[in-house]
Design a protein around this ligand. Structure first.
Ligand SMILES: Cc1ncc(COP(=O)(O)O)c(C=O)c1O
Length: 431
């Protein structure tokens, strides 16, 4: 007999298999906690400093653009899949300037530059172009947790590799690859993901010595299939001390191994959300094909706006202003850590030379996660942090729950001190 489903009987929802591969992002939970406790000092969100957001520069560039009818109409129209060519040229210049080279010497043309809605979209498009479910990406332990979620979304395996104050460790990378090879899975390794400068979350910068080593290891282990180095340089321009290091891309003169991802989010405005990739030639087409079939181009107006800002000479001075502000905030964070955390047994940190994060090691065995004793106590004392446990891949190096990430981008210098003092009080209660 045919069973008839009456219109009032709800049929169970059905979703793709993929939806079961990931859960809610930890970011959503942390953000709702911050909203629920507005009096808390949030040292959790990796947002940028509110006061330095470039209102005036953007207003002037905006007016300038709209006063130019031909350009304004072009900006208000759809753009192209790889993005606005003049901005791609600026991106290339910026990259080459930081590397102290020229586009010709670096074997780069704007055909290799794809503009995206933030570098996260670039990472996503590259990951989709490279990875089938079960494929492997090696990353530092700890690493950028949104990227780990992105890999989980694709059913890929993330394997954590030991890292230290100089970034991912080449010896550990070799050992991990050897182990994967012995298990017969080498052909499944598609990429090594590296946040090269002032890593989110550890603040570590891959040292000048290790950069060519990582590229060389990727090449040498590409005997079954090419292993790419995915260089995420989101914080590259936020250096407060010392000279810029050459990109990993600069150690790949043929441009076939390194994918370089960059963004204007941290150095200018995350609300405008323009990022980019410098791609090996063979990846341009797959990435643009995916993009073409998703959005056929990221917001064109945003790209024209950033181009105007750069053309008017407003970008460099904005980066300088940011560096001054963040450098003060970093110093305030380190001073507060010295004052309120130094001397608590087992608590330590390495001072970064840039970026927005300070990574704390806590005594072994102390669980800083949301289910451990410290997290709620810290909220009671008045501070929110990101538990380090989110930043470890599910395989490889073990998750270190006795770690936390502090972000100093948003709060004022005074609030940073209050937040770190609150953390100190909470820690003294549990240690
Ligand atoms: C390491 C790293 N990569 C990439 C991004 C993505 O930034 P966006 O998509 O805004 O360019 C972030 C943002 O916090 C980040 O920390």
């Amino acid at each position: 007999m045919l069973s008839i489903i009456s219109p009032s009987t709800p049929t169970p929802p059905r979703f793709s298999q993929r939806t079961a591969w990931t859960e809610e992002s930890p970011i959503s939970d942390l953000m709702s906690r911050a909203l629920a406790h507005p009096q808390l000092v949030s040292l959790a969100a990796g947002f940028v400093d509110q006061k330095t957001l470039p209102i005036e520069g953007v207003a002037e560039a905006f007016a300038d653009l709209l006063n130019d009818p031909a350009d304004a109409r072009a900006a208000l129209q759809y753009g192209t899949t790889p993005g606005y060519a003049p901005l791609r040229a600026h991106v290339l210049d910026l990259h080459c300037q930081l590397d102290g080279t020229t586009a010709a010497a670096a074997n780069l043309t704007i055909d290799r530059v794809v503009l995206t809605a933030g570098s996260n979209q670039l990472l996503h498009l590259v990951a989709e172009s490279l990875l089938d479910p079960g494929d492997i990406v090696l990353c530092a332990a700890p690493t950028y947790f949104v990227f780990l979620g992105l890999l989980a979304n694709l059913g890929a395996r993330a394997i954590g590799v030991a890292s230290d104050a100089d970034g991912i460790r080449p010896d550990a990378l070799e050992a991990t690859l050897a182990k994967i090879d012995a298990a017969g899975d080498l052909a499944r390794v598609k990429a090594i993901y590296v946040v090269s400068d002032f890593e989110n979350p550890s603040g570590a910068t891959l040292s000048a010595e290790r950069r060519p080593q990582v590229v060389e290891i990727a090449r040498r282990w590409s005997r079954l299939a090419r292993i790419y180095v995915l260089e995420d340089a989101a914080y590259r321009e936020l250096r407060y001390e010392g000279d810029h290091l050459p990109s990993l891309r600069s150690f790949d003169p043929e441009g076939i191994t390194v994918v370089h991802a960059g963004t204007f989010s941290k150095s200018f405005s995350p609300g405008i959300r323009v990022g980019w990739g410098l791609l090996p030639p063979c990846l341009v087409e797959p990435v643009c094909n995916r993009k073409g079939n998703i959005d056929f181009g990221s917001p064109n107006f945003a790209q024209h706006l950033v181009d105007r800002v750069i053309r008017r000479g407003g970008y460099g001075p904005q980066v300088s202003r940011l560096k001054t502000t963040y450098s003060e905030k970093l110093q305030a964070t380190l001073a507060a850590a010295d004052q309120f955390l130094r001397g608590i047994p087992g608590v330590s940190w390495e001072a970064p030379c840039g970026g927005l994060y300070l990574w704390l090691q806590l005594p072994p065995g102390l669980d800083a996660g949301t289910k451990g004793p410290l997290f709620d106590l810290a909220i009671e004392e008045g501070v929110l942090y990101v538990p380090g446990e989110y930043c470890f891949a599910p395989e490889g190096e073990p998750v270190r729950r006795n770690t936390i990430r502090l972000s100093f981008g948003v709060p004022t210098v005074e609030r940073i001190a209050e937040g770190v003092a609150a953390l100190g009080r909470a820690l003294r209660k549990v240690v």
